[in-house]
Design a protein around this ligand. Structure first.
Ligand SMILES: Nc1ncnc2c1ncn2[C@@H]1O[C@H](COP(=O)(O)OP(=O)(O)O)[C@@H](O)[C@H]1O
Ligand SMILES: [Mg+2]
Length: 267
């Protein structure tokens, strides 16, 4: 599955009705985006043998919006996600979060920002195997400076909210793939992040479990007002987001905004 139009219902974004994407088109009445990327270029490797993973990406992410990043393997999706989240530094270009340029922050300030403002959900959960479900949710909160008692209460409440009552003390190996992803979602959302980044969050799950987990992820973000940035190569998964950008060879090749009523996930 390589190039071509995104095979799903909806309309292409039009500058008149779509959200602001490029600075030049943004009507001034739009609230400032939570994340704003300009001219992102990322090369890996040394001169002569370099891979240009990103080749000039401009992207604004609105508050409380959901964005799917699609495209074939190797087109730069994960690289873009990691740069937006301040995990990777771009070769050139900028990312602003709430008006602050990520590169202008030192490593420690950037780490603090990630812990306090961003949540992450990866393909296979990446839970710490020696910790219980509850401890996996508590740990990043304590790293963010929240007292243990408060972190524990919040973590327990998130696990319950996501249907994991009675499983707080289980270790990741004692959970199904879908349950583990729910723990990962609880972990991502417990800090009330402004942005949740998800990289193929349902990629390791069967279709039915994947749909359930996807629904929980999208709804939890919506309920807490977090923006969701989700990498996927699956059009069905992307359909849960309001907006989709399709990447090809390190660039955004197409953009697509779904009409409200056709969201694949029930509200
Ligand atoms: N750490 C790395 N070192 C060298 N090349 C990399 C590295 N990470 C990604 N790449 C290359 O950059 C390109 C984009 O990769 P990636 O962002 O992972 O794409 P996707 O997530 O869309 O599959 C690919 O050609 C990949 O091989
Ligand atoms: Mg990837």
């Amino acid at each position: 599955m390589a190039s071509g139009p995104i095979p799903q219902a909806g309309h292409p974004a039009s500058p008149a009705h779509g959200p602001s994407t490029y600075a030049g088109h943004a009507p001034t009445m739009h609230p400032a985006p939570v994340l704003s990327a300009r001219g992102l270029v990322k090369t890996y490797g040394s001169t002569g043998a370099e891979t240009r993973a990103l080749d000039g990406v401009d992207l604004d992410i609105a508050r409380a919006d959901s964005l799917a990043v699609m495209g074939p393997s190797g087109c730069g999706k994960t690289t873009l996600l990691h740069i937006l989240a301040g995990i990777l530094t771009p070769t050139s270009g900028t990312v602003h979060h709430d008006g602050t340029e990520l590169a202008a922050l030192g490593d420690r300030a950037r780490t603090r920002l990630r812990r306090s403002d961003f949540g992450f959900v990866f393909q296979d959960g990446q839970l710490l195997p020696e910790l219980t479900a509850l401890e996996n949710v508590i740990l990043p909160r304590m790293l963010a400076g929240v007292p243990r008692r408060k972190a524990t209460a919040e973590a327990a409440s998130w696990l319950d909210r996501l249907g994991l009552q009675g499983m707080h003390e289980r270790r990741p190996t004692q959970l199904s793939g879908g349950q583990a992803q729910r723990v990962a979602i609880a972990r991502a959302l417990a800090g009330r992040p402004s942005v949740v980044f998800a990289d193929e969050p349902t990629g390791a799950l069967d279709q039915t479990t994947g749909q359930t987990v996807l629904q929980i992820l999208v709804e939890s973000c919506r309920e807490t007002g977090a923006s969701l940035v989700m990498v996927t190569h699956d059009a069905k998964v992307a359909a849960a987001c309001r907006r989709t950008v399709a990447m090809r060879d390190g660039r955004i090749a197409q953009e697509f905004v779904r009409p409200e009523e056709s969201s694949a996930v029930a509200r």
